[in-house]
Design a protein around this ligand. Structure first.
Ligand SMILES: NC(=O)c1ccc[n+]([C@@H]2O[C@H](COP(=O)([O-])OP(=O)(O)OC[C@H]3O[C@@H](n4cnc5c(N)ncnc54)[C@H](OP(=O)(O)O)[C@@H]3O)[C@@H](O)[C@H]2O)c1
Length: 273
């Protein structure tokens, strides 16, 4: 019998390529997104069905899950993927901007996961895969709140896996480095006169790393592995950049690692505007 994956944030980037990858391998795909108009290409693929789902809207989550279960007979894998980056000096961020970052990247993931758990428990089977980030394991300047949201996901999912093991529900986090998607365009950059001389230089250096970044296909492959390898492995680091950086973080004392991170992103001078 065909298996089914439900993906959040499938309108673009990692979610969209993961939907296409699983469909190509013969899976049913519930490709969920906030705006169905963005799913025109996916809607052409026979075993992909679109469902409207905003991770902040409980009713839309329940409706999408019920719709996918009726359409496909059940859900085998959840891919929590929706997310975006809030970037800038922490002091300049409003409480609302910080709350919105956590709402989407943390509480959104919790909302969808909690809504699917009764289904997975009932079947005594399920895999919960989350697009976390290399940024859930290491940090860089200006991304403090984004990092906090992804570190929250890491702690949440790591703890959750213990209680779900008895129901044969496995938990997996995907940890990509920079990946070329719409992510860069969706970044909410918070400018501040006090920090901008520093912040714009760092920000531009970080954006430059997206230009040479790999495509989301490598992340889709990792999600595929996580869904199908039958293991209880928790973390899947994706891409050479993430592998090197996470290894350095593990091996080096903090002071050395922080020095390398600073040199990588603080060099260069942005014309002060
Ligand atoms: N690209 C990278 O370098 C990178 C690296 C590590 C981790 N990640 C993580 O990978 C995930 C996917 O990012 P991406 O690179 O594919 O970026 P993307 O192309 O910008 O895709 C983000 C997706 O999240 C959706 N989304 C945002 N808020 C939502 C909400 N409230 N409800 C439902 N969907 C929502 C967006 O929908 P709309 O089209 O409606 O805006 C879009 O489909 C994110 O969690 C990100 O943190 C990305």
């Amino acid at each position: 019998m065909k298996k089914t994956i439900l993906i959040t944030g499938a309108s673009t980037g990692i979610g969209k390529l993961t939907a296409l990858h699983f469909a190509k391998q013969g899976w049913n795909v519930a490709a969920t997104m906030r705006t169905l108009d963005k799913g025109v290409e996916l809607a052409q693929v026979p075993n992909i069905k679109l469902f409207r789902l905003d991770v902040l809207d409980e009713a839309s989550i329940q409706a999408a899950i019920s719709g996918a279960v009726s359409a496909f007979g059940g859900i085998d894998v959840l891919h929590n993927n929706a997310g975006y980056g809030l970037v800038g000096a922490f002091e300049a961020m409003s409480p609302l901007q910080i709350k919105q970052q956590f709402d989407t990247n943390v509480f959104g993931v919790m909302n969808v996961t909690r809504a699917l758990l009764p289904h997975f428990r009932g079947r005594k089977s399920g895999v919960i895969i989350t697009s976390s980030s290399m940024g859930g394991l290491v940090t860089f300047p200006l991304w403090s709140v984004y990092h906090a949201s992804k570190w929250a996901i890491e702690g949440f999912m790591e703890s959750l896996h213990y209680e779900l093991r008895q129901f044969n529900i496995r938990v997996k986090n995907i940890e990509p480095g920079s990946i070329r998607t719409e992510f860069e365009n969706a970044i909410e950059f918070v400018s501040s006169p006090v920090y901008d001389a520093y912040a714009l230089t760092v920000y531009e250096n970080m954006l430059a790393s997206y230009r040479s970044a790999p495509s989301a296909e490598i992340v889709a492959n990792a999600v595929w592995r996580a869904a199908n390898d039958g293991s209880s492995r928790l973390r899947y680091v994706v891409g050479a950049q993430a592998r090197v950086i996470i290894l350095l973080k593990r091996l080096l004392p903090d002071s050395l690692f922080f020095g390398i991170a600073r040199r990588a992103v603080e060099n260069g001078s942005h014309p002060q505007k």
